[in-house]
Each structure stands twice: as structure tokens, then as C-alpha cells.
Design a protein around this ligand. Structure first.
Ligand code: ZN
Length: 174
């Protein structure tokens, strides 16, 4: 922490963190606990470089530990995919300039945070807009409040990946 603070005070804006797993490369270095503990000491951008096998298994954990950016190796995975998500109240124009850089958009159909909320129907317009613009090969995932009654609306709007929590795991489908 002291050394990181010294780099920050000297003007560094990013901290490049090399993560090695002993498989993809022979060495082993930091993992989540180190990143998590350093996160408390600095607001620097944590640029996490994953030199690990099948990095898709751990992306969420690195983000939760405090990574701001995650870089993975094309040699370490056979199904790389990048996705961006958008909240119900955010206009689609906010992600427009990133659309050709990602493989999927995750359209939130409830405010993120907890399960059991009601599907916000106005997101269907957002889904339709993205489908129209990106064509049929693009993935559009919709997450929040999907059940047997409204799944058709999301599909008809253009979503091709559906997340269902409450409708699947609670036994009260209306
Ligand atoms: Zn590196």
C-alpha cells in the first residue's frame, strides 16, 4: 500500500496489476485478496492484466475485488465475449458509440440491485432499436422481471437471451 501510494503521489493514474495463475504462465502472482486490500488505499485506475487460463471464470470476482479494467489473453479462452449493460432509465444513446465494439448488450429491465421487481415495458423500445441497428447476429440479453406473461414482448422486441430469476426459482408464476 505504501509503494502504491508513493506511485500515486508521484502522478501515476493507473496501476497495472499482473495476475498469473501458474498454468497459463509458470509464475504465480496476485489474486483478488491483494487487489481488494489495495483498493482501500487508492482511487487509481486498477488495470488488471489476467495471465490466467479460462479468464471468463473469474471476471466477476476481479471486478468485485476492485478492478476497473480487465484484460484477458486470447490464447487463454476459446470464447471471448465483451458486453455492456444499460439501466432502464439510461437512454440507448449512452452506449451508441460502443455498440460496434461489443458482442452483446445486456438491457436491464428493472433497476439493478434486487430480485422480484416488475418488468419495465418501456425497455422493449430500447431492445428494438438495438436489434434494428446491430442486425441478427448481435446478442441482446434482457434481465429483470421476466416471466411467462411478458417473455413474448421481450422476444418480439428483439432480445435473444433471457434472464429469469424469480420466475424460475420461485414457484409463483402468475
Ligand atoms: Zn501486465
Amino acid at each position: 500500500a505504501e509503494q502504491v501510494k508513493r506511485a500515486e503521489n508521484a502522478g501515476a493514474q493507473w496501476l497495472h496489476i499482473d495476475v498469473m495463475d501458474g498454468h497459463f504462465v509458470p509464475n504465480m502472482t496476485f489474486a483478488m485478496p491483494v487487489i481488494k486490500s489495495l483498493r482501500k488505499y487508492t482511487d487509481m485506475f486498477f488495470d488488471v492484466h489476467l495471465m490466467i487460463d479460462k479468464p471468463e471464470r473469474y471476471i466477476d470476482e476481479f471486478i468485485n475485488a476492485g478492478a476497473d479494467g480487465v484484460t484477458f489473453h486470447i490464447e487463454a479462452t476459446d470464447k471471448p465475449k465483451a458486453a455492456i449493460s444499460i439501466n432502464p432509465k439510461t437512454p440507448v444513446s449512452a452506449i451508441e458509440k460502443y455498440l460496434d465494439k461489443v458482442d452483446m448488450v445486456l438491457v436491464m429491465s428493472v433497476e439493478p440491485g434486487y430480485g422480484g421487481q416488475k418488468y419495465i415495458e418501456s425497455v422493449n423500445e430500447k431492445i428494438a432499436y438495438i436489434r434494428e441497428k446491430m442486425g441478427s447476429d448481435f446478442d441482446i440479453e434482457v434481465d429483470g422481471g421476466i416471466n411467462a406473461n411478458n417473455i413474448d414482448n421481450a422476444i418480439n422486441a428483439g432480445a435473444n437471451i433471457i434472464v429469469a430469476g424469480t420466475a424460475v426459482f420461485n414457484d409463483d408464476i402468475e
